[in-house]
Design a protein around this ligand. Structure first.
Ligand code: ATP
Ligand code: MN
Length: 480
């Protein structure tokens, strides 16, 4: 295998011939030599190449930030400060040039907006390469956690004919000619003539299919793209995002909470243990960004302190009803500082969630037992509650700076009760396969959905969800 810069930097065998390949971050001249820093994405660190100014005069004229080089030479202990080894160039080949006249990335700070417009090149910056390495590490850790704990990866479909959330914010999938679709007798679009013989869409969640898997395999998880055509232009929403959805037979809501907490702490600890260089870089970036904010909005902790805090402290668990009473009794409410009304029955707004997490508890929070009216039809109903105050065994995990990072619940496993809900929504026929799990050998079960980009956002300390996925999809934005 070809050696990466990471392995060259870690080598203990010096004074041997070696080869390095990478992109130029920086070139500067010294006495009779040029120092070129190369990066190949294997680490945030760069390898210093020392090239004789006379010998490589012609090549050096063409070496600029962004150019790709292959350098053969000897790796020696570095004489300068800032690195342990350096490569003394014997041959220097320019694999690809980048001209300072038109290469967009120069060795200076670029704005996040500018880099989003140049998303095809931004993986070559320190910030984005660190973010994407962390994204990879977290993705690997997710598979590892589930594998080590007896879960099976379960690939739910991307094209579906059902709307799991009942939210209706879906991207249609069709091969019908959109300018002139076939019509039925009533004049409506005739989806019987469409590719699948019915209307289909991109999935908004793999949960319903994951439940089918859990009823045979016990513990499963999905990790795939999900699509929501919601027109919310926020720093927390993408139209295409990745979701992790474990589903477990025989788990009740308590087991579900224990799992989500253990899982999130494991992932964050994995990042701290395995991505120290990148996190150190992102920590510095986070602190620099915080300093630009107003004093009262600055984080009390550094990024690494925040991550350590989550690993070391238990999440606060409380019911929705208790959360509403905390909000109602808060000075914030008394001073009328909430924009949206607080009363039992509301869907909590981001400002309410953030108050609970950031001001009141100052730690991650798991909220349970939400009003039935604001949650999905498949959540298990609590018993013996007064009319109009019915709740379901939902659980949302709220994180500082993020708000909702996980939404989950114990599922309704009693056929009659679930059917009563699907009847109300006129989806019983369409979901007959889903209801079958409750007709044949039904079992208590639970699961949750973790938005992968929200996790990456938290761990990297980035401010906008568009900056933690290589090619973000948001309203009016599908470039690259
Ligand atoms: P929110 O209220 O924040 O819009 P939601 O309640 O619609 O989220 P769920 O349907 O519960 O979200 O989805 C499970 C998880 O998926 C959420 O907790 C969140 O982490 C993530 N998620 C949901 N919508 C998006 C989105 N548009 N972009 C990125 N992640 C999302
Ligand atoms: Mn939710």
């Amino acid at each position: 295998m070809k050696k990466s810069i990471l392995s060259l930097l870690q080598t203990t065998v010096l004074d041997v011939q070696t080869v390095a390949r990478g992109w130029v971050r920086h070139k500067r001249s010294g006495q009779n030599v040029f120092f070129i820093t190369l990066n190949d994405g294997s680490t945030i660190k760069t390898l210093q190449v020392v090239a004789d100014a006379g010998k490589f005069e012609e090549e050096l004229k063409r070496v600029h930030t962004g150019a790709c080089l292959e350098v053969h030479g000897k790796l020696i202990a570095s004489q300068g400060a800032g690195q342990t080894v350096e490569l003394i160039a014997e041959t220097l080949t320019i694999l690809g040039e980048a001209s300072p006249d038109n290469y967009p990335l120069q060795p200076k700070a670029h704005s996040m907006e500018f880099l989003r417009e140049n998303a095809h090149l931004r993986s070559r910056t320190n910030t984005f390469s660190a973010v994407f390495r962390l994204r990879h590490a977290l993705s690997y850790a997710i598979h590892k956690y589930f594998n080590d704990n007896g879960f099976y990866a379960w690939h739910s479909p991307i094209i579906t004919a059902s709307d799991a959330e009942g939210a209706g914010e879906m991207f249609q999938v069709t091969t019908l000619p959109i300018g002139n679709p076939p019509k039925d007798e009533q004049g409506a679009i005739d989806f019987k003539q469409d590719f699948f013989g019915k209307a289909t869409n991109l999935t908004v969640s793999g949960q319903l299919e994951a439940e089918l898997g859990a009823m045979g395999l016990g513990k499963v998880y999905t990790f795939g793209p999900t699509f929501r055509a919601e027109n919310s232009n926020t720093t927390r929403h993408l139209a295409e995002f990745w979701m992790i959805e474990p589903e477990m037979a025989f788990y009740d809501i308590q087991d579900n909470m224990d799992l989500v907490e253990d899982f999130l702490r494991y992932l964050i600890k994995y990042a701290l243990d395995n991505c120290a260089d990148d996190l150190e870089f992102l920590n510095q970036r986070f602190m620099d960004e915080e300093k630009k904010k107003k004093k009262e909005e600055q984080s009390e902790m550094s990024l690494i302190e925040k991550l350590q805090f989550v690993v070391e402290n238990q999440f606060e668990r409380l019911t929705y009803t208790e959360a509403i009473s905390i909000l109602l009794n808060s000075n914030h409410h008394k001073k009328k500082k909430f924009q949206f009304e607080v009363k039992w029955g509301i869907d909590l707004q981001s400002e309410h969630e953030r108050y609970l997490v950031e001001k009141h508890f100052k730690k991650p929070v798991i909220l349970t037992n939400y009003p039935k009216a604001i949650k999905a039809f498949y959540m298990k109903q609590n018993e013996g509650e007064e009319a109009g105050k019915e709740t379901v065994r939902a659980m949302d995990v709220l994180f500082p700076g993020i708000g909702e990072i996980v939404g989950g619940s114990q599922r309704e496993e009693v056929y009659e009760r679930l059917k009563a809900r699907t009847d109300e929504m006129h989806i019983t026929e369409e979901l007959s396969w889903y209801l079958d799990t409750r007709r044949f050998g039904t079992a208590p079960h639970s699961g949750f959905g973790l938005g992968f980009e929200r996790l990456v956002l938290f761990v990297t300390g980035m401010g906008n969800i568009r900056d933690v996925i290589p090619f973000p999809r948001t309203p009016l934005n599908a470039g690259f």
